[in-house]
Ligand binder design. Structure first.
Ligand code: 13P
Length: 253
């Protein structure tokens, strides 16, 4: 059965003292997760080790990196390798966030390389896809997002593709307060699952978690997550507030 995941993406926010308080507040809350529900915190690289220590192997809670490089090691100043993440026992990495695609020109082909090395090191990628407003306005979002999947994921075997979680994040809904409606989210998630089923078969597609991201908050999480093809969310702004994110975790189905 596929996992239901509440993933926090802190992006480039919080100083270390505030990060500690936020994690402490969430970890001390009364949250009970079943075996198929996870909470994941994608924290800035300098806080990975601290965050991992704070979790202290708490069941169903994980730390993620927000990015990794496509090479194992070497002269790549400023980059973070999956080998480093593995050495810290980090088990998740966000790959292909729209902010990386937009500000750092990360292409579908380059993201395929990052996915390859993440799987090689047994780190679960949370692979982001999603269309800009111009594509949504032209009503070509399904084709746009299918291409993102085809060019970054479709070289994987059925066994390997099931190790990847997908996050659908329409760019027009990120940080704008303008959430996709639960119907729009469900429609796209069903489309993504069909694209995966056409390539790998229904059983494989049904095993892949597809998260929704874009202005998820405590007040809308339950409705969005209740959609049949939505398996939780990747949350930016609201994940920086303990009470909001606790409520979002509790909204997992
Ligand atoms: P917001 O929740 O702030 O819209 O950000 C979504 C996002 O980009 C998560 O990766």
């Amino acid at each position: 059965m596929r996992k239901q995941i509440a993933a926090a993406n802190w992006k480039m926010n919080l100083t270390v003292d505030k990060a500690e308080v936020l994690l402490d507040n969430i970890l001390s809350a009364d949250i009970s997760l079943s075996s198929d529900q996870l909470a994941v915190f994608a924290v800035p690289s300098p806080y990975l080790q601290l965050a991992q220590q704070k979790l202290n192997n708490k069941e169903n809670f994980y730390i993620a990196a927000q990015n990794c490089y496509s090479k194992k090691s070497g002269a790549y100043t400023g980059e973070v390798s999956v080998e480093m993440l593995q050495s810290l026992n980090i088990q998740y990495v966000v790959i292909g966030h729209s902010e990386r695609r937009e500000y750092f020109q990360e292409s579908n082909a380059f993201l395929a390389e990052k996915l390859n090395i993440a799987l090689e090191y047994n780190i679960t990628p949370i692979f982001c896809c999603g269309e800009p407003l111009s594509i949504r306005d032209a009503q070509t979002q399904n084709e746009f997002v299918s291409t993102q999947l085809e060019e970054s994921l479709f070289h994987f075997s059925a066994d390997d593709v099931q190790k990847i979680a997908i996050a659908y994040e329409p760019i027009w809904a990120i940080g704008t307060g303008k959430t996709a409606t639960s119907e729009q989210a469900q429609e796209m998630h069903a489309h993504l699952r069909k694209v995966l089923a056409d390539k790998y078969g229904k059983d494989v597609a049904d095993n892949i978690s597809i998260l929704y991201g874009g202005s998820v908050k405590a007040s809308n999480a339950k409705e969005i997550f209740s959609q049949p093809d939505v398996d939780g969310g990747l949350v930016g702004g609201a994940s920086l507030l303990a009470d909001e994110f606790i409520a979002i975790i509790k909204s997992l189905k």
